[in-house]
Design a protein around this ligand. Sequence first.
Ligand SMILES: [Zn+2]
Length: 96
Amino acid sequence: MSDVKIKNYMEDCVADMLDSVLKDINTCSCKKCKYDITAIALNSLPSKYVVTKRGHLYTKLEALQNQFDVDIIAAITKAAVIVSRNPRHGADELFN
Ligand SMILES: [Zn+2]
């Protein structure tokens, strides 16, 4: 069982769409702000846990992807607004 693990599929969905959503928004896209935006977006989205096997790429859950696309874009957009109002990229002690 050691090669099987549980992961939150929503993490991949947000990571996949982050760049294309941020590209259309006038927001900082440094690594720290991206992490903040990802965390805030994931907190506002439902978790979708899937079972994955190491070395085995699970098929993309297309139906799930389409169903949640709109929600994910909205969550990333909201998170980007929050982060750009109060960016933490100057607060290095939080990240180093
Ligand atoms: Zn930044």
